[in-house]
Design a protein around this ligand. Structure first.
Ligand code: FDA
Length: 384
């Protein structure tokens, strides 16, 4: 295939770029992905034993207040009316998250009005005036009791580090809602793709001018494209430059999936585990994301996934940027290299070393098409 553009990475960023360039700019686009499937981390598949859709790289909940992204997403999929709620188990009791009036009443064992709860938390938070680590910062925001119940153990497991040894800057805010509203996201639009993420992503790639080649690492082929065809690269930034400025720090997750002989394991999609001596941080039970598919799910079996965070080494899946001061300095050096890389644009979660929700990845890709690719292909402007 003679191509006008190569896109490295078939996640939401790469597929949005490919779809827009093929449909709107009339370009022939070759999309490469190292993995054997499209969709990047949003990929999902049906578990054959239970008939339940499993998000292979962790639970993915779609939510946005960006009207352009919502309209764009709806061209490829309809959405269910799913609204996300999370609960946390601590010392054998269950509490609603994010911390809200319901959590406070349940934790302190009595009814509070919003004003009473606000006064209580303000008095407890006054214990620390000048925080010097994550623990002190969290106490200065929500007081010691709620910190010790809902933040300390969870954070220690997330970072595999005592929160007293973590920098205060990791958290800037810990929102407390003084209402009983425990809806997790406050975006205007929320829902799950009616027939799954993979069907949505496949429809984006389904265009006569798009060819998708799976199991193909762009870096093995870049000698063939160098200088000839413009490239949008959505893989890890440091790997593209052969780690010349050092490794950018990431955290990863190990997932343990299990099919259990019950029709309902936990009664909710996501249960957090705040106790430090429980080794995992969360359990996902995917059947609860789609109650409307009840008829298709096995009535006596369910699939769950336990999540274990740890630091990523090279070769692990990079999930969340660590973003230390050293990482930020390396990122600046890589950005300078990227700026000078003729004919290549860097985008997406891995290519920009930023955590992006799906709606942010789509929005950033639409902007790249508007601001870089259309001016280049339609008006002959320089690519970068
Ligand atoms: P993404 O990582 O999806 O895709 C990049 C692709 O590039 C991958 O398929 C990779 O194989 C490929 N690639 C890399 N190097 C390559 C190379 N050299 N050659 C060829 N291919 C290469 N968002 C949200 O809105 N709601 C949610 O609930 C969640 N939940 C969530 C949980 C977890 C655990 C994570 C890590 C992330 C989320 N997200 C999320 C974020 C969501 O996954 C994210 O927005 C998208 O992955 C971003 O899409 P990208 O295309 O940028 O990256």
């Amino acid at each position: 295939m003679n191509v006008d553009l190569v896109v490295a990475g078939a996640g939401f960023f790469g597929l949005t770029v490919a779809e827009r360039c093929a449909s709107e700019l009339g370009l022939r686009v070759l999309v490469l992905d190292r993995r054997g499937h499209i969709g990047g981390n949003a990929y999902s598949e049906t578990d054959p034993e239970t008939g339940v859709e499993v998000h292979r790289y962790g639970a993915h909940l779609f939510h946005t207040s960006n009207e352009r992204v919502w309209e764009y997403a709806n061209r490829f999929t309809a959405f269910t009316g799913y609204r996300h709620h999370v609960y946390s188990t601590f010392k054998g009791r269950v509490y609603p998250l994010p911390i809200n009036l319901g959590t406070i009443c349940a934790y302190f064992g009595r009814a509070f009005t919003p004003d009473e709860a606000r006064a209580l938390i303000a008095a407890q938070a006054a214990e620390v005036a000048d925080p010097s680590n994550l623990e002190e910062k969290a106490i200065s925001l929500i007081g010691r009791p709620l910190y010790e119940a809902f933040i300390r153990g969870y954070t220690a497991k997330q970072w595999r580090t005592d929160p007293r040894d973590l920098p205060a800057e990791i958290i800037t805010r810990l929102p407390v809602r003084y209402t009983f509203d425990n809806r997790y996201f406050d975006d205007v639009h929320e829902g799950l793709p009616v027939d799954g993420y993979t069907a949505w992503l496949e429809r984006m790639a389904d265009h006569p001018r798009i060819e998708v080649r799976l199991g193909t690492d762009f870096l093995d082929l870049r000698g063939d494209t160098a200088g000839n065809v413009p490239v949008v690269y959505t893989g890890p930034l440091d790997r593209y430059f052969d780690y010349a400025e050092g490794d950018l720090g990431w955290r990863t997750l190990d997932f343990e999936t299990e099919v259990l002989p019950t029709g309902d394991f936990q009664g909710t999609p996501v249960m957090n585990y705040a106790d430090e001596d429980v080794p995992y941080t969360r359990i996902h039970e995917f059947r609860h994301f789609h109650p409307e598919r009840r008829e298709r799910h096995h009535p006596g079996k369910t699939v769950i996934m336990r999540e274990y965070p740890r630091a990523a080494a090279r070769g692990d899946e990079p999930y969340y940027p660590v973003n230390t001061a050293a990482d930020r300095a390396r990122l600046l050096a890589y950005r300078e290299l990227a700026r000078r890389e003729d004919g290549v644009l860097f985008g997406g979660r891995l290519g920009t070393y930023r955590y992006l929700d799906m709606h942010m990845a789509i929005a950033a890709a639409l902007s790249m098409v508007d601001n870089r690719l259309r001016p280049h292909f339609a008006e002959g402007a320089r690519l970068n």
